[in-house]
Design a protein around this ligand. Structure first.
Ligand SMILES: Cc1ncc(COP(=O)(O)O)c(C=O)c1O
Length: 388
């Protein structure tokens, strides 16, 4: 996957659409990232933390029993085994190191499922930064345990409740951007997915490409064809998918991004601008951005990272949606056959595999690599309510 053009666009999408007060701050992040990413001292320190703190490389697990049930060979890239329980930590450590390099003393973050908030609070504790996390009221309620974890880590969690909204990630992001306007001198906005104004979609993908690069090398070691037939990842804003696909985009592997059916922004969204970037957003006929629905807080953002819309337009990646019901069935199947409880988000990627194997869309004997972006511990309460 290439870098965006000079204006931060991937094809027709991306860019930087910000209030004047934030433009210098976003430019400064871009300049700092370009410089740091080319500096061996920075990348060495980043890789050291990934190895000694996050526990990378995360393994690839061969799912013998699940493969037998489905008739296709399933391999999981285990981001659920990364410190703090999901891939979000890869991006956050990169940005926290960058914040320190820029002389900032604070991280501002938004969170939906809470994983990015927990990762931000963790990195802030590790590097001696303060941290404020914005979270919608509904999400704070359904991810109560993660709110407590963030507070335990020393972060301040600000619950966002606007009269009109549903208290999810869209509102948390509005609040975080507003907070950044007042604190650009002191704070770095640590955005949690491959979206937002340039350079975030690109920078976040680069910090997450470790998933795809590792998985590619691990597949080369164990698969006769070196690459799987299909590589699958769930798509909320699109960071774990962008990082995964970055490792396989120049191989013959088919790439599939799985959104929540109630939040399929790539497929059902239309072009628009929100939160500083141009992409596809779910909108009504008056161009008002709609609320997305998903059982998983990490997948109910009404838009998607700009590079994904571009990858869909160029035909390199196929995007599809699965329902809550499909995801929960897949979650149960993985848990029962392999003893691995996936995050609700990751269960979506797996659900596509389960259904594609059943319909023959995935021919018997195909090899599929699925990025398991996180573990389901954070979701246990919700899973229990669903199955009751
Ligand atoms: C475990 C997990 N997977 C996936 C996502 C979706 O985000 P992204 O599309 O940026 O990977 C989230 C978001 O919170 C998450 O917590």
């Amino acid at each position: 996957m290439r870098a965006p053009d000079a204006t931060g666009r991937f094809g027709r999408f991306g860019g930087r659409y910000l209030p004047e007060a934030l433009v210098p701050a976003a430019r400064a992040v871009e300049a700092a990232f370009r410089e740091a990413w080319a500096d061996a001292a920075f990348t060495t320190e980043y890789r050291r933390l990934l190895a000694t703190y996050v526990g990378r490389p995360t393994p690839v697990t061969e799912c013998a029993r699940l493969s037998e049930v489905l008739g296709v060979r399933v391999l999981l890239k285990r981001e659920d085994l990364a410190h703090t329980g999901s891939h979000k930590i890869n991006n956050v450590l990169g940005q926290a190191l960058l914040a320190k390099r820029m002389g900032k003393r604070k991280l501002i973050a938004e969170t939906g499922a809470g994983q990015h908030g927990v990762a931000s609070a963790t990195a802030a504790a590790l590097l001696g930064l303060s941290c404020t996390v914005y979270m919608g009221r509904t999400d704070a309620r359904r991810q109560e345990l993660n709110v407590f974890r963030m507070e335990l880590l020393g972060a301040e969690v600000v619950t966002v409740a606007s009269a009109a909204g549903t208290g999810t990630l869209k509102e948390a992001t509005n609040a975080a951007l507003r907070a950044w306007v007042g604190e650009t001198e002191d704070a770095h906005y640590c955005l949690g997915s491959a979206l937002g104004p340039h350079p975030y979609p690109w920078m976040v993908r680069e910090f997450q490409r470790v998933i795809g690069d590792e998985a590619r090398a691990q597949c080369a070691e164990r698969l006769p064809a070196a690459v799987p037939d299909v590589v699958v990842a769930c798509v909320g804003g699109g960071s774990n998918a962008a990082g995964t696909f970055a490792g396989f985009v120049d191989t013959p592997a088919a790439l599939v991004g799985v959104e929540a059916a109630g939040g399929s922004a790539v497929d059902k969204g239309v072009p628009g601008v929100l939160h500083g970037f141009r992409s596809h957003f779910l909108q009504d006929e008056d161009s008002q951005v709609l609320e997305a629905h998903s059982i998983s807080a990490g997948l109910d953002y009404p838009g998607v990272g700009p590079e994904h819309v571009h990858l869909a337009e160029t035909g390199r990646v196929r995007y599809t949606g699965v329902t809550d019901h499909q995801a929960m069935r897949a979650l149960e199947l993985l848990t029962r056959t392999e003893g691995i409880l996936p995050a609700l988000e990751s269960a979506h990627a797996l659900a596509w595999v389960v259904d594609a194997a059943a319909t023959g869309e995935l021919p018997a004997g195909s090899t599929v690599l699925v990025t398991l972006s996180g573990r389901g511990d954070k979701d246990v309460q919700q899973i229990r309510e669903y199955f009751r």
